[in-house]
Design a protein around this ligand. Structure first.
Ligand code: IPD
Length: 275
């Protein structure tokens, strides 16, 4: 794949994310029509559904043979089928709960994989007016300015993003509380932004140093993963080794060394049902 092709994909994804973000911004302070998915903490609004349709239609017009994995299409019964074909991986609103509660950390995520390698990632936070972009070999940017991770290597000086997530399964919650305890004990502090992608782009730009979550989905971290890696960060499976995008867990950090230290600090890893 040529650099020109990658640049073309990135330009298209950025334009489509910008248009989608306008719809999110327009709806942000208005009353929302809300439904729950797997449980009372797993939300979807009519804006999530409308924005996903808009993104898929725009991309299909330009790339009719490409495949799609979208959060709300999967919730509607489509299977997550990730193949070697060019595949757009979409979260129309990451941080839906933030969107519902008018907390500004909410973003549109569009990633492109080719042969199961992430090549392009766009994360647009319309309320914060932050457009993050990354493409394989071409660097990571926020609003056109190059970004890079903190390169922090010392756990005692690190800020770690953690999420409660939407699972209310007692065993998952017990393990997450143990992880939370250990991470607070061994680091400078923890933060929660309520959006996997926002946590990851913040690590990418050096606002915080690492992030670990169990229970998220491929659309929550595919696009931001490209940005994080291109910013000089590391992304692994929380138990160590390469990240598995369908395993519903990820650990990313400002540096490989910090990623490895956080991985070994975690007292017990959580197995989630695969996407
Ligand atoms: C959720 C957010 C949240 C994370 C969950 C995700 P959604 O995505 O990223 O921070 O903890 O695991 O499912 O539902 O807002 O797109």
């Amino acid at each position: 794949m040529s650099t020109a092709e990658i640049q073309d994909y990135l330009k298209t994804a950025t334009g489509v994310a910008k248009e989608a973000g306008e719809v999110v911004r327009e709806a942000f302070y208005k009353e929302k029509s809300l439904q729950t998915k797997s449980n009372y903490a797993d939300l979807v609004t009519e804006t999530d559904q409308a924005v996903e349709k808009q993104i898929i239609n725009s991309l299909k017009e330009k790339y009719p043979t490409h495949k799609f994995i979208g959060e709300e299409s999967v919730a509607d019964g489509h299977k997550t089928e990730w193949t070697d074909d060019p595949t757009w991986i979409i979260d129309p609103i990451d941080g839906t709960t933030n969107f519902v509660h008018q907390i500004p950390h909410t973003c549109v995520c569009i990633g492109l994989s080719i042969k199961k390698q992430m090549v392009v990632g766009v994360v647009y936070a319309p309320i914060l007016n932050e457009m993050y972009t990354g493409a394989k070999g071409l660097g990571a940017f926020c609003n056109g300015e190059r970004i890079s991770t903190s390169q922090q290597n010392d756990m005692k000086q690190a800020i770690i993003y953690l999420e409660g997530g939407s699972s209310r399964e007692p065993d998952v919650l017990r393990r997450k509380c143990n992880i939370y305890h250990k991470v607070v004990e061994t680091t400078r502090g923890t933060r929660t932004l309520g959006s996997a992608a926002m946590n990851m782009v913040n690590v990418a730009k050096g606002s915080g140093d690492a992030y670990v979550e169990y229970g998220l989905h491929i659309w929550d971290f595919a696009a931001s993963g490209v940005i994080l890696l291109e910013a000089g960060g590391a992304m692994i499976d929380p138990a160590g080794g390469p990240v598995d995008f369908l395993s519903r867990r990820v650990l990313c950090a400002s540096s490989q060394s910090l990623a490895d230290q956080l991985s070994t600090t975690i007292p017990e890893h959580i197995e989630m049902e695969r996407d």
